[in-house]
Design a protein around this ligand. Structure first.
Ligand code: MOS
Length: 701
């Protein structure tokens, strides 16, 4: 039996997608279906005095907050966001009313007058009086660390919003069925949507069913947002007694949905004359937008990664996620780690410059190694590969040779070293208690998980793991459609956990199934005994411990390690920065499917380069002024540099076949590598996106 793990087998979802057979949410239709839309606020902050439809409502279904049978809340971490505004408007895209009609075009006639008493909005997170979450991570004693220092390097670094810009916008269809509700949608996390519907509709869990349609990308942007959209469609469908489809066009999707949290990070770092870090004092502020959403977990991951992949005995990291009057920010690939490590890695080059030490040498000296402890006190295992990825990237890119040769030419080369924890933070995986099942069928085996295929290769990768764990051909392993009425809750499809955590559950379930089969083949067992389902439930790695109060312990099961090198060209007349080549080295434990893993690294790198140079959300009065693709720029092929990818494998004992996560990590590194390349080219940039205007204004070095 040829093993499938480690081979780039044919994708499970490939044929249907390239032939057009795959059905996305807008391809689906139901008898009697209406089209729904959202009436939104027009001011960022204030009190609603009166809402009055100012159009002929004949033939329309209207829903306002009085039509909500359950709690008027989008289930989340804080349950602070209403499905429909009550008296208060907190952001300019706040949903106020819902409208549906048989004809999609009729929705253009909808006009609602809203009277407000405006209040003063807050757009600067540091001035906000409302904090969604704050935390402190402390290791050692800062004063002792600074006492050892030869000098202290300080700096402040900023990153902007970023739009996930999945190919397919957010969309759902709600179908009222037998007193309950079924929602189909473009989704990352069907069980989150399920929970939200139960709460808002006031139904029993068994009366709500959520089914994922084929989904055109997520990047975190379909992690939480579909919960509010599904509630809206379901409220309309309930009132109409008919199915309701709600699909955002690109402008509404950009205007209203979550984005990456902007960040402001300040570093004070004590270093010896030789470049050893003695103390790290880090202050991190995230702009949460108007409601809490996932800000606490984004802050948590940002903070834990804020000291970067470096050893230091004396660390203090203070993090805050603040409320502002813009649409809520939320999950986006990396969950805050790209923001915090941007600051760390730009700061590292400034430390190197201050001391007159080579940027590689300062990183090599301080890099975390097996047996070292992180900021939370986690002791790293043998798969701590910071030094290896750094050396591999430096070698592959010929960093030193180019750095010497390019001085004063307008070209620049810069690097970044980073790490990324796989899976939920702290005790998150224990709380989730995820389950995954394998089912014996007449023709082979079926995978039952709630992990969604959103383009990243879930179905393929899970089938590979199950095939090899059972010793059966990859081709006979099927994956069930994600339907909350059919699959167990394997947790959300987020946080680089789908391979390492859910894949491991499947490996264990398949191992148990294999033991049950004994000497029989799957087909022979099925013929003799009929169907069989085997389920595995999450168990933490032995000895793992996390103290949520003190923020200490094993923050993640394991970490991936990465190093990026950016090569750029700065146009002396326009200050435009052309990224010429990226070298991306990633240590991910084991590449289950090398081609898809490479695709994740290339995609994350391209998205990170765009965050660094192109993607600029312009907020005007608390709303995105450039919410179209004509002026919110994402990279075309011509803007995307050549990417040289190197995958290193140091197996993690508790990952499936040694695998760790790969989805998020590649977006941690590109932005600081590019800004460090700008520094090499002579520009002192501390905020991204590094648009030509910013580069022009940056101090010359
Ligand atoms: Mo996410 S930011 O979808 O883990």
């Amino acid at each position: 039996m040829p093993r499938s793990v480690g081979r780039s087998v044919r994708r499970k979802d490939g044929d249907d997608k390239v032939t057009g057979r795959a059905l996305y949410i807008d391809d689906l239709t139901f008898p009697g279906m209406l089209h729904g839309m959202t009436v939104r606020a027009t001011i960022p902050c204030g009190r609603i005095d009166r809402v009055r439809p100012a159009f002929d409502t004949t033939g329309f279904v209207l829903v306002d907050r009085h039509d909500i049978p359950g709690r008027n809340v989008v289930a989340g971490i804080m349950d602070d966001q209403p499905c429909l505004a009550v008296h208060e408007v907190r952001h300019a895209a706040e949903p106020i009313m819902l409208v549906a009609h048989e004809e999609r075009d009729a929705l253009a006639r909808v006009h609602v007058d809203i009277d407000y008493t405006p209040a003063t909005p807050v757009f600067e997170p540091r001035w906000s009086s409302e904090c969604f979450k704050s935390l402190v991570i402390e290791k050692g004693r800062l004063d002792a660390g600074f006492a050892e220092a030869y000098t202290v390097v300080e700096g402040e670094y900023r990153t902007g919003h970023q739009e996930q810009l999945y190919l397919e916008t957010n969309g759902v269809i709600a179908v009222p069925e037998g007193g309950g509700m079924t929602v189909y949608g473009s989704l990352q996390c069907p069980h989150y949507v399920h929970r939200a519907l139960v709460m808002a509709l006031g139904l029993q869990a068994g009366q709500v069913r959520v089914v994922q349609a084929e989904t055109g990308g997520g990047f975190g942007g379909k992690e939480e947002y579909p919960s509010i959209l599904a509630c809206h469609a379901a409220l309309l469908a309930r009132k109409a007694g008919r199915p309701v489809k709600m699909i955002y066009d690109r402008a509404e999707d950009m205007w209203a949905t979550t984005k990456r949290h902007p960040s402001i990070v300040r570093h004070r770092t004590g270093v010896t004359r030789e470049g050893r870090i003695t103390a790290m004092d880090i202050d991190l502020v995230l702009d949460g937008g108007a409601y809490c959403t996932l800000s606490p977990v984004v802050l948590s991951r940002a903070s834990i990664h804020a000291s970067g992949p470096y050893r230091c005995d004396h660390i203090r990291i203070r993090g805050r996620a603040m409320m502002t009057n813009t649409p809520p920010n939320g999950a986006f690939r990396g969950f805050g780690a790209p923001q915090s490590q941007f600051a760390t890695e730009v700061h590292m080059d400034r430390i190197a410059e201050t001391l007159g030490i080579d940027p590689v040498a300062v990183r090599e000296q301080n890099a975390l190694r097996p047996g070292d402890t992180t900021a939370t006190g986690q002791v790293l295992g043998e798969d701590a590969s910071a030094v290896e990825v750094l050396q591999a990237a430096v070698r592959k890119s010929k960093y030193h040779e180019k750095r010497a040769r390019w001085r004063g030419t307008g070209k620049g080369i810069g690097l970044s070293l980073f790490f990324h924890g796989s899976g939920f933070t702290g005790s998150g995986e224990v709380t989730l208690a995820s389950k995954a099942s394998v089912e014996l069928t007449a023709g082979g085996v079926r995978v039952l998980v709630s992990s969604t295929e959103i383009g990243q290769g879930t179905r393929t990768m899970h089938a590979q793991i199950v095939a090899d764990a059972l010793g059966i051909p990859y081709e006979v392993v099927e994956t069930a459609a994600v339907d909350t009425a059919v699959v167990p809750d394997s947790g959300p499809t987020v946080a680089s956990r789908t391979c390492m955590v859910v894949g491991r559950l499947l490996q264990r379930a398949a191992g148990d199934l294999k033991a049950r089969l004994g000497r029989l083949s799957p087909a022979a067992y099925f013929a003799a005994h009929g169907p069989l389902v085997v389920t595995a439930e999450y168990e933490p790695p032995p000895g793992a411990a996390w103290d949520e109060q003190a923020y200490r312990g094993d923050a993640y099961g394991s970490y991936g390690w990465g190093c990026h090198v950016a090569e750029i060209d700065v146009r002396p007349d326009t200050w435009a920065v052309q990224p010429v080549r990226m070298t991306a080295v990633a240590e991910i434990g084991r590449a289950i499917h090398p081609m898809m893993a490479t695709g994740q690294i290339e995609g994350g790198t391209a998205q990170g380069v765009a965050w660094a140079l192109l993607e600029e959300v312009v907020m005007r009065d608390g709303a995105m002024a450039n919410h179209t693709l004509t002026n919110y720029l994402i990279p075309t092929a011509a803007d995307t540099p050549r990417i040289d990818t190197v995958i290193l494998e140091r197996p993690y004992a508790h990952g499936p076949f040694g695998a760790k996560g790969v989805g998020e990590m590649p977006i941690d590194g590109p932005a600081p590598a590019i800004v460090n390349a700008l520094r090499h080219a002579g520009y002192d940039v501390r905020a991204i996106p590094a648009t030509p205007e910013r580069v022009m204004k940056a101090g010359r070095l």
